[in-house]
Design a protein around this ligand. Structure first.
Ligand SMILES: Cc1cc2nc3c(=O)[nH]c(=O)nc-3n(C[C@H](O)[C@H](O)[C@H](O)COP(=O)(O)OP(=O)(O)OC[C@H]3O[C@@H](n4cnc5c(N)ncnc54)[C@H](O)[C@@H]3O)c2cc1C
Length: 339
């Protein structure tokens, strides 16, 4: 039997992947009846534009899942637009583009206003764009995993914690997002995941946004937005509860919004690890595995991470080598786009 702890996107995708690989003995526990962890707060970005071959390969391998369920999960391949608003950011975006092109990604350097006509591009010194990237509704992704996994026989026990007998299963997987350290403690494994609060302000609705707004991110500052339901969902650095920093940034980059008050706000946790990469694989305690600490990238990476982890658990040959993500690693993995 496989006991999965956590029915967020990490646990549900793993259950789905194990069932697709033929396992009929997968049980998922979650004390929460409804999704309430990071997955329920995610913005919904998907990008191939990463800074390491591993992350690019995971993104490319994940993309099929999004494309095949595009209508169901509202996957819109509108691309992902990086803006360089400082000389340093311009150099960094060039460096990333060289690497990403060498990895086979179709990176372009468009005039940002050709893609987002209402954007104020004052001071913008460069842009990277990849048309493979896009956006989706995170809870619909989670719903798709649960629905498909249930059809294949996975037993989701929501509103219930695993009991002592469930924890003696051959395989126990900790997929508890920011709760993973305390759950790991009970299983005598160390999972160093730290909660970092991230807030999202919504503004709008606006009828002038257009239909194909890409997620747009200032590489230097980290301010970024997506379009959803004709609104802008905006995140940025600084005090995550402070609306004024978002209002000021919007006044500069999207002056047409003329926004004084937000239309909504949610906040959730990024589940950070020491190198901003997840802890995926078998822990130091044999039979106890982890899939947690996705550091703000867990939804977009879930299809490929889950499939490869399922292959490892099953003893199959994994399509990608994700052993570098081992929870037992001590050396940091490097990808500057993960910051
Ligand atoms: C504001 C914001 C924006 C984001 N934007 C993006 C984005 O654009 N793209 C992207 O890919 N990612 C994004 N993320 C990150 C993404 O949401 C996470 O990486 C991902 O959802 C993590 O999934 P998870 O299943 O590991 O954790 P969670 O979704 O937190 O799930 C963990 C589950 O474990 C359960 N649990 C707790 N204790 C126990 C226990 N004892 N036993 C069993 N279960 C337990 C919890 O109830 C919870 O359901 C964003 C996150 C935030 C907060």
């Amino acid at each position: 039997m496989v006991t999965i702890l956590g029915a967020g996107v990490a646990g549900a995708s793993l259950a789905w992947a194990l069932a697709r690989r033929g396992r009929r003995d997968v049980v998922v526990f979650d004390p929460s009846l409804e999704p309430s962890g990071s997955t329920s707060k995610a913005l919904g970005g998907f990008r191939t534009q990463h800074g390491s071959e591993l992350n690019i390969n995971l993104a490319l391998a994940s993309r099929k899942f999004f494309v095949e369920r595009a209508e169901h999960i509202h996957f819109q391949p509108n691309g992902y637009l990086y803006l360089a608003e400082t000389p340093e950011a311009a150099i960094e975006l060039r460096r990333r583009a060289d690497f990403q092109l060498a990895c086979g990604l179709p990176i372009e350097h468009p005039d940002p206003r050709a893609i987002v006509p209402w954007l104020d591009d004052a001071g913008i010194r460069g842009a990277n764009f990849c048309a493979l990237d896009g956006q989706y509704i995170p809870l619909e992704i989670l719903g798709a995993y649960v629905e498909e996994a249930r059809e294949l026989g996975v037993d989701f026990r929501l509103g219930r914690e695993a009991g002592p007998r469930d924890l003696t299963a051959d395989i126990v997987v900790v997929a508890c997002g920011v709760w993973s350290p305390e759950v790991g403690d009970k299983l005598e494994v160390t999972l160093a995941v730290e909660a970092v609060e991230r807030g999202v302000f919504m503004t709008g609705p606006y009828d002038w946004l257009g239909d194909r707004v890409p997620i747009t991110l200032e590489a230097g500052s980290g301010f970024h937005f997506r379009e959803r339901d004709r609104r802008l969902w905006v995140m940025g650095p600084g005090d995550q509860h402070d609306w004024n920093r978002i209002r000021e940034w919007l006044a500069m980059r999207a002056p047409r919004a003329e926004v004084l008050e937000p239309d909504g706000y949610i906040s959730g946790n990024y589940e950070m690890t020491f190198d901003h990469h997840p802890l995926v694989g078998e822990t130091a305690r044999g039979g106890v595995w982890s899939s947690c600490g996705f550091s703000g990238h867990g939804v977009m990476q879930s299809p490929a991470v889950a499939d490869n982890l399922a292959a490892m658990i099953n003893g199959d040959s994994p399509p990608l080598d994700i052993r570098p993500l081992s929870p037992q690693r001590t050396e940091p993995l490097i990808d500057l786009t993960q910051l």
